[in-house]
Ligand binder design. Structure first.
Ligand SMILES: [Zn+2]
Length: 228
């Protein structure tokens, strides 16, 4: 079996498990809808039903930490920082969302209606999280994706806040809060990764490809040193 086939199979298994977990949340979806209608700040829960406070114009920072990309199958190495250090790297809004599981307002965030072609990377550590090719219009007012770049780029955790059971999605590398995943997404996965724009930075595909090429050159630098 090739590495690609192994990855594909692993991805299918992961997605199957996620779908099963998500199915158990059907009841929670109704609770989420009601909670949002009641004014709770529950991100991603109810398309068109949520209007947050003004949060537009927030400064979006670019990753300041070099981010070696884990392979598709290996566990992603962790990056740990103190809250004090994260505060230095992130805006106040980013810190509150990424380190304190906060939420940005729907329809008033950077990427909900953004259609660039490239990759969305973690705003904290630069790990590549989502490909723009998997972004879709969810109607929620938050950027939504049907799949992460690979299963090991995001971690999931049960979230019991607001009296609901949801599945929280975190960066697998720095444990930043990204958003939640639901089971009402489009094909082929049926999943909806509902993300906070503030937790991500967009990188144009050409720039992402160039960075990968540079990494490969660096890896092969010793072997190719004699060529010039
Ligand atoms: Zn991260």
């Amino acid at each position: 079996m090739t590495v690609q086939q192994r990855f594909d199979r692993e991805g299918e298994n992961v997605m199957r498990k996620k779908r099963a977990a998500a199915r158990s949340l059907v009841g929670a979806c109704l609770a989420i809808f009601l909670a949002v209608a009641a004014g709770f700040d529950a991100a991603c829960a109810a398309p068109q039903a949520h209007r947050g406070a003004d949060g537009g114009g927030a400064k979006v920072t670019h990753p300041r930490v070099a981010a070696p990309q884990a392979s598709a199958t290996d566990p992603t190495p962790k990056l740990k920082k103190s809250d004090r250090d994260w505060r230095k790297l992130l805006t106040v809004q980013q810190f509150n969302i990424m380190r304190k599981a906060g939420t940005e307002p729907a329809f008033q965030n950077r990427y909900w209606d953004f259609h660039g072609d490239g990759l969305f990377v973690c705003a904290g550590c630069g790990l590549e999280l989502f490909d723009a090719k998997t972004k879709f219009e969810s109607g929620t007012g938050w950027p939504s994706f049907w799949q992460p770049i690979s299963a090991n780029r995001v971690a999931e955790k049960t979230d019991n806040t607001y009296g609901m059971v949801r599945v929280e999605v975190l960066c697998a590398r720095c444990d930043a809060h990204l958003g939640h995943v639901f089971n009402d997404g489009p094909r082929p996965t049926g999943l909806r990764y509902c993300m906070n724009s503030a937790s991500m930075t967009f990188v144009e595909r050409a720039a992402a490809d160039a960075a990968k090429a540079a990494d490969k050159t660096a890896d092969g630098g010793a072997a190719g040193a004699g060529a010039n």
